[in-house]
Design a protein around this ligand. Structure first.
Ligand SMILES: C[S@@+](CC[C@H](N)C(=O)[O-])C[C@H]1O[C@@H](n2cnc3c(N)ncnc32)[C@H](O)[C@@H]1O
Length: 198
């Protein structure tokens, strides 16, 4: 059966390239500074990671003393992490309950695959899954419009680009106050925001 949403079609692509993705991103540590900042903000805390992928960022957070609930929608990423002894839950950020409350939620390189209407709903679910004062670490590509990007594998990925101002406004509307923002020095065109639940 054909996937019935842009997100589902994108996930189908990830199912096929998960091993390549893990190989290409292993050891890159492009988010190292932001992850350290988060770990310092919630020492020893309990964090939900949405779209963990290969789990490299969760590894770094755990090394920093934070406990991470690793989740992803793509079964190939779940299997990959389980094969290296990690506990991973299947979680669809759009349709599933996020659980909680958590000290922080992380969604790095994930929410560009979520349609605008769903994006607003996901942010409000994130806010609802945080303890008072909890943190949300998010990174998205900056730009405008939607597109289908073709990866090296030739597979399609649906991407929504937003301006930094739009992202900050959406976060505020969800009750998440941006506390720190960084344009990535490692990835052209990406912004990372650490926000705090009011
Ligand atoms: C570019 S990868 C990023 C993986 C990892 N966070 C990283 O930075 O390397 C995008 C991730 O988003 C996940 N994803 C896409 N749609 C999702 C959804 N609806 N719910 C949860 N995860 C989703 C994919 O399975 C994939 O792991």
């Amino acid at each position: 059966m054909e996937p019935d949403t842009n997100n589902a079609r994108t996930v189908e692509s990830y199912e096929l390239i998960a091993d390549d993705y893990a190989r290409e991103t292993a050891g890159s540590r492009v988010m190292a500074g932001a992850l350290d900042r988060l770990a310092e903000a919630v020492p020893g805390g309990h964090v939900l990671e949405i779209g963990s992928g290969p789990g490299w960022d969760a590894d770094q957070l755990e090394e920093a003393g934070v406990s991470v609930r690793r989740t992803d929608i793509t079964q190939a990423f779940i299997d990959q992490q389980r094969a290296r002894g990690k506990e991973v839950d299947r979680l669809d950020a759009i349709n599933d309950d996020l659980g909680g409350p958590y000290d922080a939620v992380v969604a790095i390189h994930v929410l560009q695959h979520v349609e605008p209407d769903d994006f607003t709903a996901v942010l409000s679910k994130v806010a609802g899954a945080l303890r008072p004062g909890g943190r949300f670490l998010v990174s998205i590509p900056i730009g405008e419009g939607t597109s289908w990007e073709e990866g090296d594998s030739g597979r399609p990925y649906y991407r929504v680009l937003r301006s930094e101002d739009d992202l900050l406004a959406e976060l505020k509307r969800a009750g998440l106050t941006p506390a720190w923002t960084e344009r990535s020095a490692h990835e052209d065109g990406w912004v990372c925001v650490l926000a705090q639940l009011r």
